[in-house]
Design a protein around this ligand. Structure first.
Ligand code: PLP
Length: 379
């Protein structure tokens, strides 16, 4: 596809400029950052940032060198970080492409991956940026694969493959947001076996490190040129503010995409912090285990609240739950008056009708604040 042609088409087609996201909590803190101390009184459970700090090694190194890091140009294409990622993930460097968060990689990659009339299969429900990008920005034909609500939105490889017969691209978020569950590596491999050789698969693994071992698609990358794994360092590594992501895919495809990757896209503070974080496996493993305990406690307490109809099983740092009266929007509004921000999930599926909320899992004390606010809002 001609890049120039795409640009014109895109501008004519855009109906809605941006996808709907959480993040209203920043209005309470102040978007011009006058007093960041206000963050202590705000519960930002409408976005899925980690409840813990980044590795102390990463924080310590950045703090020690901060002024120098702020005034220095980073390695142009994050060469050292790419090497560390390759070693950590057991993949060749040529199979990796860095970007300023996975969001920027999506916008660089998809115009190269699909044409305007291609059929793209998305999950329903799913993280909203994908539907926005394919429908509103690129003008693709989109089919939504309905995950079964009666089974907690659990994906079935054979049913997904059936919906992809004539598709150019399948996009998965695994584990999925807002549902919190998904497929392990074996189920993903089965899905790949069932798909046509013409169907590429983009697997967004933003939350995979919270799941048990054996869920990532990265080990499958060297064996399947259709597979592109999209990895964010925002959530699990607690580096959302720094904007670091990468793609793992067939080296030929990465080479084709590399010219679209601008220089210095990952800042120097981000590169240094990411390298330290990747080395500190013990710290992040402990955070994963603690998150699982906090999630189980929060899920158990949520399910006892009058007005909460169902709490869905999750392997991530968030929980999806169904509410009755007065409805998800009103519950979210009432909670925000108490400084607790939750996500009304209406924009994440046409099937949600003011009845599903998502909360991030936080530390024990903050989870109690979330529960208190919800109990009052649902009363
Ligand atoms: C499923 C999913 N993919 C991608 C992103 C974007 O992450 P990044 O910070 O890497 O741009 C998010 C952010 O919330 C997300 O939930």
């Amino acid at each position: 596809m001609e890049p120039g042609g795409l640009w014109c088409e895109t501008r004519d087609m855009v109906q809605q400029t941006h996808a709907v996201h959480g993040g209203d909590f920043f209005k309470a803190i102040g978007e011009e950052f006058e007093d960041l101390g206000r963050s202590a009184s705000v519960v930002s459970a409408d976005v899925l940032d980690a409840w813990y700090d980044p590795s102390p090694n990463a924080v310590g190194k950045v703090a020690q060198w901060l002024p120098w890091l702020m005034r220095t140009s980073p390695p142009t294409h994050g060469e050292g970080l790419r090497r560390v990622l390759a070693r950590t993930r057991g993949l060749p460097e040529e199979a990796l492409l860095l970007g300023s968060g996975t969001s920027s990689l999506m916008y660089a990659a998809f115009p190269r991956l699909v044409r305007a009339d291609d059929l793209v299969v998305l999950l329903d429900p799913m993280y909203g940026e994908y539907a926005h990008l394919f429908e509103n920005v690129l003008g693709c034909r989109v089919r939504r694969h309905r995950l079964p609500s009666e089974e907690g939105f659990r994906p079935h490889p054979e049913r997904i493959a059936e919906d992809c017969r004539d598709a150019a691209l399948l996009v998965l978020v695994n584990p999925n947001s807002p549902t919190g569950n998904g497929m392990d590596t074996e189920a993903l491999a089965e899905l790949l076996r069932r798909l046509s050789p013409r169907c590429r698969v983009w697997v967004d693994e933003t939350y995979v490190d919270f799941a048990p071992d054996g869920w990532s698609g990265e080990p499958l990358v060297p064996h399947d040129p259709r597979l592109i794994v999209c990895k964010s360092m925002s959530k699990f590594y607690a580096l959302s503010g720094l904007r670091i992501g990468y793609l793992a895919a067939d080296p030929d495809w990465i080479r084709a995409l590399e010219p679209m990757s601008p220089p210095w896209s990952v800042g120097l503070i981000a590169q240094v912090a990411a390298v330290e974080a990747l080395k500190d496996r013990a710290y992040y493993r402990a955070m994963r285990d603690r998150t699982a305990e906090l999630r189980a406690d929060l899920a158990a307490s949520l399910s006892t609240l009058p007005g909460v109809r169902k709490v869905y099983p999750s392997v991530t740092n968030f929980l999806l739950f169904r509410v009755g009266e007065p409805g998800a929007a009103e519950v979210a509004r009432r909670c925000s008056e108490r400084g607790v921000f939750l996500r009304n999930c209406d924009s994440l599926s046409p099937r949600f009708r003011d009845d599903h909320l998502r909360t991030a899992v936080k530390d024990a004390e903050t989870n109690l604040r979330i529960l208190d606010a919800l109990a009052a809002a649902l009363a």
